[in-house]
Design a protein. Structure first.
Length: 202
C-alpha cells in the first residue's frame, strides 16, 4: 500500500531545491532524468547531505510516520521534455550499511509546472497514478514497483530516498502511519482537544 502525506511547506521545499542546485547535475546515461552530482566536491556534497538529514530529523511528523533507523542520501531528480520514461523498478537493494525497506518520493514542485510526468506505483497487483502537490510525499514499500512517465512539457522535480525503519511489522507500520496522519490533521484544527483525544486512545 502506498501512502501520501504533506511533509513540507512550499518555502521549505524551495530551500531544499536551492541547496541541491549548488551541487550541480549529472545526466542519466539512459536519458531518463538529471540527478544531483554525487561525485561533486566533498565540501559541496557534505553541506547538502547535512542539510537534507537535518531537515528530515527536524520534521516531527516525518519521524513519527516512518520511525527511521537509517536513511539513504536523499537524491533530487529533474525531468524535462525530451527525457524518456523511467520504467518500473524497485528500490529494495541492500548493503552492509542499511536494508532499504521503504521508499519516500517527495514532490519538489507544483504539478501545474509540468505536463505528463505522473508517478505510478504498482502494489499488490494494482497500479496507482500520482501527481502530487508540492511538499507532498509518497511512502511505499521498497519492494513495490515504481515508474515515472515522461514529462511532455515543463519540468518535474522530485527528491527520493529510502529508509530502514524501527517498525518491522508491516501491519503495525501502516497503522502507525495512518494514526499519526490523523493526529496531525486533527491537531491543526483542535490543538488541545486533539491531544486529549489521542491521550485517551493511547
Amino acid at each position: 500500500m502506498a501512502h501520501t502525506c504533506k511533509l513540507f511547506e512550499t518555502e521549505q521545499v524551495q530551500e531544499w531545491f536551492d541547496k541541491a542546485n549548488k551541487i550541480g547535475w549529472m545526466d542519466d546515461p539512459n536519458n531518463r532524468f538529471q540527478a544531483i552530482d554525487l561525485s561533486a566536491a566533498e565540501e559541496k556534497l557534505t553541506a547538502y547531505t547535512n542539510y537534507a538529514y537535518s531537515t528530515l530529523n527536524k520534521n516531527q511528523l516525518y519521524s513519527s510516520l516512518v520511525c527511521p533507523r537509517r536513511t539513504s542520501i536523499p537524491i533530487v531528480y529533474s525531468a524535462k521534455e525530451g527525457h524518456d520514461d523511467w520504467g518500473f523498478h524497485r528500490d529494495d537493494t541492500s548493503s552492509d550499511s542499511m536494508i532499504r525497506e521503504y521508499s519516500i518520493i517527495l514532490a519538489m514542485n507544483a504539478p501545474e509546472e509540468y505536463e505528463g510526468g505522473e508517478m505510478v506505483v504498482k502494489s499488490s497487483g494494482a497500479e496507482v497514478n500520482f501527481k502530487l502537490p508540492q511538499g507532498m510525499a509518497i511512502i511505499t514499500k521498497s519492494t513495490d514497483y515504481v515508474k515515472f512517465r515522461a514529462v511532455s512539457k515543463g519540468q518535474r522535480v522530485i527528491c527520493r530516498w529510502s529508509i530502514e525503519t524501527y517498525i518491522k511489522d508491516q501491519a503495525f507500520f501502516d497503522i502507525n502511519l495512518q494514526y499519526n496522519q490523523m493526529y496531525d490533521v486533527l491537531s491543526e484544527g483542535l490543538s488541545g482537544p486533539a491531544d486529549e483525544l489521542f491521550a485517551v486512545t493511547n
